[in-house]
Ligand binder design. Structure first.
Ligand SMILES: NC(=O)c1ccc[n+]([C@@H]2O[C@H](COP(=O)([O-])OP(=O)(O)OC[C@H]3O[C@@H](n4cnc5c(N)ncnc54)[C@H](OP(=O)(O)O)[C@@H]3O)[C@@H](O)[C@H]2O)c1
Length: 427
């Protein structure tokens, strides 16, 4: 029986899950692949994590012990971050090892360099677990949809923000206490910045859009806004309009150019993504050839992510050298479509003086800038009123130009809340 040797760098949440699944699944993997896939060496720095490594597996703190070991065929990097993960992956690829990783930060910033190194060495770099955890969206984009022309990727790709927004919508609570609760329950990190700022989602969208459009998109190319400014009042007003708040990654192919962004938005309550609540993730793909596909499941967690890592290991194990889809599928260099030219729909809520002429002033500014109002609701308060507007599709440059003028009107008493609308239902 042929033996495939595995070297694992990082025995943390995901790494220890890989170790466990590999040992529990050894018989199934042998039956499926005809090979013994054996965890030979773990490289781990933390003494507490080292204590979890099963007996019989060699333990080291020097990754060179894996990279230079001829009995290791596949190196799994699960330490995260840019360095030393980049150096470890490049060294392993150069040594002819296949590499499997879940490292979205690294892939979204140095993907081209790493994939080229794999190609140069005639080996494989696989990264299914880097985006949307256990959901096999990368395999679907890389393999199943190779010949389809994907024109849009819209996804809930961060479980922390989805948990927070779902909880705000269900309880009516404000953002700060909801974040605190999410931290207590383990859905948010002690430092939640990467998640709530949209940066984690942006890294995943860079990876997914590169695959979808066959054109390199890096983290720096993805504009991102977080959920910190979403208020309970807007969530309530949205619900009154039949809208659900989500942090979405939105990648579009427009006139042969690419626009990839992450922003909080409202989607119609009946849209399939609206039902994806809590810490779940989902990705909605659009194409002229297949219309719409939605993939849904857990986006994080040690065991779900480890199962995606093992899926990559098994497809490498059963791949004859050179007999597989190329490492890098970015065979086009598309330009970027400027966000200011994207046509979007907006919700806007603003506090105004309750006096004659206010509506005319606001409608006048929108009219000047060519922005057309779909619906407007006025909610009276003591000496002021809240206006809740939903706008027809508009070039973003025109909307933001109107917004700057509206903010400067003397009758406007608060900074307007602005949330995009996604999920086309003609509202
Ligand atoms: N956790 C999830 O749900 C999830 C989901 C999707 C993707 N991912 C990705 O999976 C990867 C691993 O995440 P994780 O949650 O498992 O992280 P983790 O729990 O922090 O585990 C990483 C482990 O690697 C060790 N380590 C750090 N630098 C090392 C080095 N140079 N050599 C050897 N060991 C080293 C760390 O030890 P110290 O603690 O001593 O630094 C830690 O024990 C990341 O790229 C992450 O983005 C995670």
């Amino acid at each position: 029986m042929e033996v495939v040797g595995i070297g694992l760098v990082g025995y943390g949440t995901v790494g220890s899950g890989v170790g466990r699944l590999l040992s529990e699944g050894v018989d199934e993997i042998r039956l499926a692949t005809g090979k013994d896939v054996i965890l030979r060496t773990v490289c781990e720095l933390s003494p507490e994590r080292q204590a979890l490594v099963p007996p019989g597996v060699r333990l080291t703190t020097d990754f060179a012990d894996l990279v230079n070991d001829p009995a290791i065929d596949v190196v799994i990097e699960l330490i995260g971050g840019i360095e030393p993960a980049r150096t470890i992956q490049l060294a392993a690829l150069k040594a002819g090892k296949a590499v499997v990783t879940a490292n979205k930060q690294l892939l979204s910033q140095h993907g081209a360099e790493l994939l080229q190194a794999a190609e140069d060495a005639g080996t494989y770099l696989r990264f299914e677990a880097s985006s949307v955890g256990a959901v096999p969206v990368i395999k679907v984009l890389r393999e199943s949809l190779t010949a389809a022309r994907v024109t849009g990727v819209m996804g809930i790709v961060n479980g922390t923000t989805n948990y927070i927004l779902s909880a705000m919508a269900q309880t009516g609570a404000e953002y700060a206490p909801t974040l605190k609760k999410a931290q207590e329950l383990g859905y948010a990190e002690a430092d939640p910045t990467e998640d709530v700022s949209g940066k984690d989602a942006a890294a995943k969208m860079a990876i997914l859009s590169s695959l979808a459009f066959h054109s390199r998109v890096t983290l720096a190319d993805v504009e991102h806004e977080g959920i910190e400014a979403i208020t309970d009042v807007d969530v309530t007003r949205g619900a009154e309009l039949g809208l659900t708040p989500k942090l979405l990654g939105v990648a579009k192919l427009i006139d042969g150019r690419v626009n990839v962004r992450v922003y909080p938005c409202f989607i119609p309550a009946e849209h399939p993504l609206a039902g994806v609540s809590g810490a779940y993730n989902a990705v909605f793909l659009e194409s002229d050839s297949f219309d719409k596909i939605m993939l849904f499941g857990p986006g994080a967690g040690g065991t779900p992510t480890a199962s995606a890592v093992l899926g990559d290991v098994i497809s490498i194990v059963n791949t004859a050298p050179g007999g597989y889809i190329r490492n890098c599928t970015c065979y086009k260099q598309l330009g970027f479509y400027p966000s200011a030219e994207v046509v979007s729909r907006f919700y806007m809520r603003v506090q105004v003086a309750d006096e004659p002429g206010v509506l005319a002033a606001i409608a006048g500014v929108f009219g000047d800038e060519g922005v057309s109002i779909h619906s407007m609701q006025q909610i009276g308060e003591e000496d002021s009123a809240q206006l809740v507007l939903v706008l027809h599709p508009v070039r973003e440059a025109a909307f933001f130009s109107a917004l700057a003028r509206i903010e400067a009107l003397p009758v406007v008493r608060s900074r307007p809340s602005v949330i995009r609308l996604e999920g086309d239902d003609g509202r």
